[in-house]
Design a protein around this ligand. Structure first.
Ligand code: SF4
Ligand code: FES
Length: 243
């Protein structure tokens, strides 16, 4: 199987695409293919990974124009995958020469600056979480605050977020509006608003309803399709908008 991979040695933008022939074995993932290329053909190829098990959120990239975790994407399934995303420029523009019948196309996650090859700068994604103060604040020091199974159920979906930024990279609003905090941050704001242990739940909604927040979302729902953990940020954003 041929892999066409976006390259950017000095960051900034994709400078060219390199073609590699990968020996495919049953059960191989796209991340396995990248290891093979790096080990046997091109040690200069850069990409991020850590857990190899869809837990750390490091290996997000564009695979055949769909935002996916490389470690969770089986090569055998790539051609059959169809997220049906609403297109925007990065995912609708295809590189010259790409033959989707015989090649798998790998590119960096959209909507973030490229540092090198498939490695993007996630600072802005994390900055949103920090500027919105999306963490739990204790009221009584170490006093335990028990949560019932029903209370936990309300936040279960959102707790599963692995901060992979696939939602951010799939969002047409993030592609156009530099200031938009993005789907994951808004889903996390809703998660703390709904958390029975939050001493001041309203502060999370306030952080999500600034001019950089939910108001910018067009409810396109690419984030719901791209999320590998079923967080469905778009649903949380709709709830914030409906308040
Ligand atoms: S909401 Fe889903 S897609 Fe977005 S960062 Fe969390 S796990 Fe990734
Ligand atoms: S390597 Fe951790 S999610 Fe893919």
């Amino acid at each position: 199987m041929m892999f066409r991979i976006a390259r950017s040695r000095d960051g900034g933008s994709i400078t060219h695409y390199d073609l590699y022939k990968v020996d495919i074995k049953k059960g191989m993932t796209v991340l396995d293919a990248l290891f093979q290329i790096q080990d046997r053909m091109d040690p200069s190829l850069s990409f991020r990974y850590s857990c190899r098990g869809a837990v750390c959120g490091s290996c997000s990239m564009l695979i055949n124009k769909e935002p996916r975790l490389a470690c969770r994407t089986q090569i055998a399934d790539v051609k059959n995958n169809d997220m049906k995303l609403k297109p925007f420029s990065t995912i609708s523009n295809t590189p010259a020469g790409w033959n989707s019948d015989v090649e798998i196309l790998i590119e960096p996650l959209p909507n973030m600056p490229i540092l090198k090859d498939l490695v993007v700068d996630m600072a802005k994604f994390y900055d949103s979480l920090e500027s919105m103060k999306l963490w739990s604040e204790t009221e009584d020091g170490d006093t335990p605050r028990p949560q019932s199974p029903d209370e936990r159920k309300k936040i279960e979906r959102y707790v599963n977020c692995i901060l992979c930024a696939l939602c951010y990279g799939s969002c047409p609003v993030n592609a156009e509006k530099e200031e938009y905090v993005g789907p994951a941050a808004l889903a996390k704001a809703w998660r703390f608003h709904e958390d029975s242990r939050s001493p001041d739940p309203e502060r999370y909604v306030k952080s999500a309803t600034t001019p950089q927040g939910a108001v910018l979302c067009d409810l396109i729902m690419n984030c719901v399709k791209a999320c590998p953990k079923g967080v469905a940020p778009g649903g949380a954003i709709r709830k914030i908008k409906d308040l």
